[in-house]
Design a protein around this ligand. Structure first.
Ligand code: S3P
Length: 430
């Protein structure tokens, strides 16, 4: 890597080996926040190494929760439900999860707080949490009709019965966290099932929740207790290796200790229908989350359409699925993915731009992409657009291109997986 963090990726001949992933980002955020408002100590092993979860830890420290980090473990001294008024703005960095989910907790605090973010986060929509948290009684000011920074004036909340207009696990979790500070039962309904780590984590910390269909209900005033947990390997980070293995018929990859939560593991089913050989062994449950060992075998890739509830279930894995699409025999179509336009970058535009730079034919739509198969790609100069998942997705596509590929701002990978390039290199056959 050189100074402006441009990385050069050379084509590979195959992929073989075993890799263990740092802890899941979604779970690490939630455990860190709940650990801060729980009674007692929370001990977390295999905490996410990404900068996003470091942003969450930074915020909870500014809110008075002490923690220590050593190697992969984080030990948090819970303060109980009342946090300390922050003396400075809460810096969420690049992390939408930090801003949206922490807002739920801040809405219930008897003080004012300000949440700020980097340039990318400052463009992202926050009305989706501002509207329901305001209905619960929080006073929230934002910029330009719902962009960060957010100023939250919290206090005792009232319960609401809310149907989310956008499928978002961050919003659902934010409202359930706020529900802890509300009088009565807060109910959240989603149109399609999103990841349930918020619900699973709340139960692990001792809260009771009711679940019926796509509605979840939480009663206010429940006490949380610290937990000891080993965080399962991050499935969205593993996706880059799963897709890299998929590019090479005959490749063999093993990933132990990987998150297998059914609301996250849809990617495995989609890869199987694309043609990849996948088996899961050693399934176990830990603090309500499933983990297992995934074995992958590269085979000829056929075709795939991702739409509806599947799109929501693999929303973070779509960039890498799209990046390997030209190497399938019949192509991949992505539908119902408008949300990708308001992630860390406009991921639909970023994928189309980079694939075209590599010589691929791509149809870009408002809510998706259609990428024909059986295409030959050449190395090119690409941009990560400052987006971790775009950087890593194209490091994978570049493995099957003719010639070298340069990806600028490749260090965006630190947001979720700082050791990604080294781990990828260690698995490649040249
Ligand atoms: C996340 C939910 C998803 C996902 C994000 C993490 C979570 O976002 O894209 O990376 O941990 O709940 P939305 O809630 O906006 O769908």
């Amino acid at each position: 890597m050189n100074n402006d963090s441009t990385i050069v990726i050379r084509p590979a001949l195959g992929l073989e080996g075993s890799v263990r992933l740092p802890g899941d980002k979604s779970i690490s955020h939630r455990y860190a926040m709940l650990g801060a408002i729980a009674q007692g100590t929370t001990k977390l092993e295999n905490f996410s190494t990404g900068a996003d979860c470091a942003s969450t830890l930074g915020c909870v420290r500014t809110l008075g929760a002490q923690w220590e980090r050593k190697d992969g473990s984080v030990v948090i001294q819970g303060r109980g439900p009342a946090l300390q008024a922050p003396k400075s703005p809460l810096d969420c960095g690049n992390s939408g999860s930090t801003m949206r989910m922490l807002s739920g907790i801040l809405a219930g605090q008897e003080f004012q707080s300000e949440l700020i973010g980097d340039e990318s986060l400052s463009r992202r929509p926050m009305a989706r949490i501002i509207t329901p948290l305001s209905d619960m009684g929080a006073k929230i000011k934002s910029q330009d009709g719902g962009r960060p920074p957010l100023h939250i004036n919290g206090g005792r909340l009232k319960a609401i019965d809310y149907t989310m207009p956008v499928a978002s696990a961050q919003v659902k979790t934010s409202l359930l966290f706020a529900g802890l500070y509300a009088g009565g039962e807060t109910r959240v309904t989603e149109s399609v099932r999103t990841r349930d780590h918020g619900e699973v984590a709340l139960r692990a910390f001792g809260a009771e929740l009711k679940h019926e269909g796509n509605t979840v209900e939480i009663a206010g005033g429940q006490e949380l207790h610290g937990i000891e947990a080993t965080i399962p390997g991050d499935l969205s980070s593993a996706a880059f290796f799963l897709c890299a293995a998929a590019l090479f018929p005959g490749s063999q990859l093993s990933i132990p200790g990987l998150l297998m939560n059914p609301t996250r593991a849809r990617l495995l089913d989609l890869l199987i229908s694309l043609g990849v050989g996948i088996s899961v062994t050693q399934l176990e449950e830990t603090n309500g989350e499933l983990i297992g060992t995934v074995q992958v075998e590269g085979r000829k890739l056929r075709s795939l359409t991702v739409s509806g509830a599947d799109t929501a279930a693999v929303i973070d894995e779509i960039p890498v699925l799209a990046a390997i699409a030209p190497f399938s025999s019949e192509g991949i179509e992505i539908r119902d993915a408008r949300e990708l336009r308001v992630k860390e970058s406009d991921r639909i535009a970023a994928v189309a731009t980079n694939l075209r730079a590599m010589g691929a034919e791509v149809e870009e739509r408002e809510d998706g992409l259609n990428i024909p198969g059986n295409q030959r790609l050449h190395g090119a100069e690409l941009d990560s657009f400052g987006d971790h998942r775009i950087a890593m997705a194209f490091a994978v596509a570049a493995l099957r291109a003719d010639g070298h590929t340069k990806i600028s701002k490749s260090d965006a990978a630190v947001i979720s997986y700082p050791a990604f390039y080294e781990a990828l290199e260690s698995l490649l056959q040249r």
